[in-house]
Structures are given as structure tokens and as C-alpha cells.
Design a protein around this ligand. Structure first.
Ligand code: ATR
Length: 278
């Protein structure tokens, strides 16, 4: 069964504050693609059923956000190499024959945003804070930019070590505890922890951010507490994850529609809307 206009959606829990419907609606207008995109809040125990229902109603594709990215990986019967290594899927292509192709556009979204910012990674020292799903999802594309070294610092060392094992052979990757970062200097620091959700800061020594380009994968109407702390500590440049959100969306749009939207103006418009609080 096919709807008259191609249907897409983002599924998550919670999802009501998602900016994805707005971003994809703007992309569709810009590229003259006939589609509708909605946000669907899915019960924590109801993800496979929700996907099956949407696909049965003719839905063509899904974005998947917290906490369903691993479940989406399970539901895909075919996956891209980048989804395979991430162990998570944020983009599903729903086929007419019932098939589901799983992709992950988070890492490429982050790398494109860092390129937009003019923060080179090749040959540089990169510090990544956190070792959860968000970091696992972006590590492959970050390593593909050939940094000189990548240090993953995490509160629970074993999780950082597990990531080092998973990506073994892909570059000079090592795991540390935050307290073992003393004295280390980096060119680029990326916060991939969820500490700010609890209003906390990862306990990074200030020397790690001094003179560095500092990125927070989270975003908001105001600079995140982590970015405020980093700038006060002497970070050279800072940026939040709004650009990553737009870039991962653009890549998903390309996967679905074969058309690559322009992102620069969308990012500016989104920033302005966030600042106005709507
Ligand atoms: P996500 O999918 O957002 O990555 P996750 O898999 O639960 O969520 O991972 C959260 C990450 O944030 C982990 O690296 C976590 O550290 P632990 O592995 O030690 O739990 C990190 N994190 C969460 N709160 C933190 C805090 N207050 N300080 C430092 N790190 C924190």
C-alpha cells in the first residue's frame, strides 16, 4: 500500500522536541521533493511493532533516535558498512517488499560539521570524552580522517577499552580515565558524554581544552555548560552539535531520495529559531 505522498518519520522516546521534522521539511522544499515527515513517540517496549506498522502503512523511511538505535540495527536485514561498525542504525530505508536497509549517518554528519568549521583532523591529536553509544556511532568516520592519535577518556575505563578493541587496527587509538589525562594537550576535543543531561561536566583537566577546538555533540539555545567551561578554560574555538544534527539529516535525506540538500542556510535558520525559543 502506498500513501500519495512519500512518508518519513523520526521515532524515539522522547521525541516531541525533535528538530528533524522541521529540517526534513525544509530540505524537501529546497529540493522540490514531495514528502511528509513526522515525529512518532514510540513506547519503550514497542519499537519493532511501530516500525512494522509504519512500513505497512506505506512509510518509506525512518530516522531513529534515542533509545532505539541498537534496536533499529537488529531490525535491519541489510546494513551499510558504517552502520555495521557503529552497531547502531539511525536511518532505515523501508522497501516495498518489506525489506529494511539500515544506515548510520551520525559519524559522517559530525565529520562534515568539523569540515564546515574548518577544524582539520588529519594528523591532529583528538580527545573524545565518553564511550557510550553516541561515541561508538561516530568513531569509524572520525578515524577515517586519519588523526595522529585518538584518546577516548571515560569515567568507566572498561567501556573505553572495549571501543579501542572494537576499532583495533583503525588508527592510534587508546583509552584513558579522565584523571589520567593530566598534562596531555589536544588539537580537537569532542564531548560525547551525556553528562550535561544531568547538569554535570565530565571531569576533564583544563589543560586538555586550553588552545583546542572544542565540540559538544549536544546542543541547545545557549552554549552547553561544557562549552562555557571550555571557553573559560582557554579553548580556541567552540561549537555545539546543531551542525552535526543538520549534516546527519542531510546524509539521511540523500540515502532516501538520492538528492543532497544544502545545509548552510538550514543551520542558520535553525540556530535563529532556537535562539528565539521556538
Ligand atoms: P549515549 O547513547 O548517549 O552515548 P550511554 O551509552 O549511556 O549514552 O553513554 C553515556 C556516556 O556518557 C558514557 O560514556 C558515560 O560514562 P560511563 O560509561 O562511565 O557511564 C558518560 N557520562 C554520563 N554521565 C557522566 C558524567 N556525569 N560524567 C562523565 N561521564 C558521564
Amino acid at each position: 500500500m502506498h500513501a500519495e505522498v512519500d512518508r518519513y518519520a523520526v521515532m524515539g522516546n522522547p521525541v516531541q522536541h525533535s528538530l528533524s521534522p522541521l529540517i526534513h521539511t525544509w530540505f524537501a522544499e529546497q529540493t522540490h521533493q514531495a514528502l511528509v515527515y513526522e515525529a512518532i513517540e514510540v513506547p519503550l517496549d514497542g519499537f519493532p511493532e511501530a516500525v512494522a506498522r509504519f512500513q505497512g502503512e506505506g512509510g518509506r523511511g525512518l530516522n531513529v533516535t534515542v533509545p532505539f538505535k541498537e534496536a533499529a540495527w537488529e531490525l535491519a536485514d541489510e546494513r551499510s558498512a558504517r552502520a555495521e561498525e557503529a552497531g547502531a542504525v539511525n536511518t532505515l530505508v523501508l522497501r516495498d517488499d518489506g525489506g529494511r536497509f539500515g544506515d548510520n549517518t551520525d559519524g559522517v554528519g559530525l565529520v562534515r560539521d568539523l569540515e564546515r568549521l574548518g577544524w582539520p583532523l588529519a594528523g591532529r591529536r583528538l580527545l573524545i570524552l565518553g564511550a557510550g553509544g553516541a561515541v561508538r556511532g561516530v568513531l569509524g568516520p572520525l578515524l577515517a580522517t586519519a588523526p595522529r592519535e585518538v584518546v577516548i577518556a571515560n569515567r568507566t575505563l572498561a567501556r573505553a577499552e572495549a571501543l579501542v578493541d572494537r576499532f583495533q587496527g583503525r588508527g592510534a587509538l587508546s583509552a584513558r580515565r579522565f584523571e589520567d589525562l593530566n598534562g596531555a594537550a589536544f588539537d580537537v576535543v569532542i564531548n560525547g558524554t551525556s553528562a550535561s543531561l544531568a547538569g554535570e561536566l565530565p571531569p576533564v583537566p583544563e589543560a586538555c581544552v586550553r588552545g583546542a577546538c572544542v565540540y559538544d555533540m549536544m546542543y541547545g539555545a545557549r552554549p552547553t555548560p561544557f562549552l562555557e567551561w571550555a571557553v573559560a578554560g582557554g579553548a580556541r574555538h567552540s561549537a555545539d552539535g546543531l551542525g552535526m544534527l543538520v549534516e546527519q539529516a542531510a546524509e539521511a535525506f540523500f540515502v532516501w531520495r538520492g538528492v543532497r540538500p544544502q545545509t548552510a542556510q538550514v543551520l542558520l535558520d535553525l540556530r535563529e529559531r532556537l535562539a528565539r525559543g521556538c
